[in-house]
Write a protein that binds this ligand. Structure first.
Ligand code: PDD
Length: 283
């Protein structure tokens, strides 16, 4: 596997990162992940804009002229993934320096990137998934795509152990988003999803899905669903780079509707797939 590290493409076995890297010591960095559909980087601009936002919020300046699209494409090429389904991850940290909380004076950020094959979750797209609700134990800057993901990791692990695909995080009584996806539920025919605040990641897939809702005339309310109201939801779904539009058919012990993906979810899921195909063929 060929990876990218600080300006070089090299075998992963030769990639060396200092134990003083602040990613290791403080989880001090940000990341992005883009889906590559047979070489097409889906909504790359939105991802790099969000990367820029995250890095600015953390006051990390990646080396000037770092072209993330070019790096991702070159990784796909060197790993024979240009014709495949894949993801590309880009991680930028504040760099290596002796351990001290405050920013070191002269560190060069570490830039690491890798591409990996991706298997579409076809069975889950078809039949839908179970999710569980858990308390949101994250910080108050969930809008930053930080590499500091421990609460997400713990919540996701708990979901896996409960036989669920995702954990929906509940803060102050409201179901906000998943450990690695955004969340929406249909109540009285209206798609509800948490608004863009510091308590959710502004998902690119969420943005695409909301645009599709508008085109399909699916009514939307950008307001989170109270945990107590989840029992009134007729449908629910996840949005995310690795989920696209993922039908949710069970929340905790309760099945939604007849336990099959509902009509709004299906419509949106198909529209998302069509849109991906359209973007890919346009290049
Ligand atoms: N996660 N919310 C959280 C907490 C996320 O980590 C993600 C993405 C999303 C969806 O955002 P987008 O549509 O831009 O992928 C929402 C990625 C897939 C990950 O960490 O692997």
């Amino acid at each position: 596997m060929i990876v990218y590290l600080n300006g070089q493409f090299l075998p992963k076995t030769e990639a060396r990162i200092s134990p003083d890297d602040r990613a290791f010591l403080f989880a001090d960095g940000a990341y992005e992940v883009v889906r590559a559909y047979r070489g097409h980087l889906f909504r790359a601009k939105e991802h790099w804009d969000r990367f820029d936002y995250s890095l600015k919020a953390l006051r990390i300046a990646p080396p000037a002229n770092t072209d993330f699209s070019a790096i991702a494409t070159e990784l796909l090429k060197r790993n024979q993934l240009l014709e495949a389904e894949a993801t590309a991850y880009l991680q930028v940290t504040r760099g290596a320096a002796p351990r001290k909380h405050a920013f070191p004076a002269d560190t060069t950020p570490t830039v690491y990137a890798f591409a990996a094959p991706f298997a579409n979750p076809v069975e889950k797209w078809t039949n839908g998934v179970k999710v569980i609700t858990l308390p949101d134990q994250r910080w108050a800057r969930c809008d930053i795509k930080s590499i500091s993901l421990l609460p997400n990791v713990l919540a996701n692990q708990q979901a896996q152990e409960a036989g669920a695909h995702e954990a929906i995080l509940v803060r102050d009584g409201f179901a906000l988003e998943g450990s690695l996806s955004n969340f929406a539920a249909v109540l009285d025919g209206v798609l509800h999803t948490a608004p863009r605040t510091n308590y959710i990641l502004p998902g690119i897939s969420r943005l695409v899905a909301l645009g599709l809702c508008s085109a399909l005339r699916i009514p939307v309310r950008e307001f989170p669903v109270a945990e107590a109201e989840l029992k009134c939801a007729t449908e629910a779904m996840l949005f995310g780079t690795t989920n696209e539009v993922m039908p949710v058919v069970q929340i905790n012990d309760r099945k939604l509707g007849d336990g099959r993906p509902g009509p709004v979810t299906r419509q949106l899921q198909q529209a998302f797939r069509d849109y991906v195909e359209e973007c890919r063929s346009r290049g």
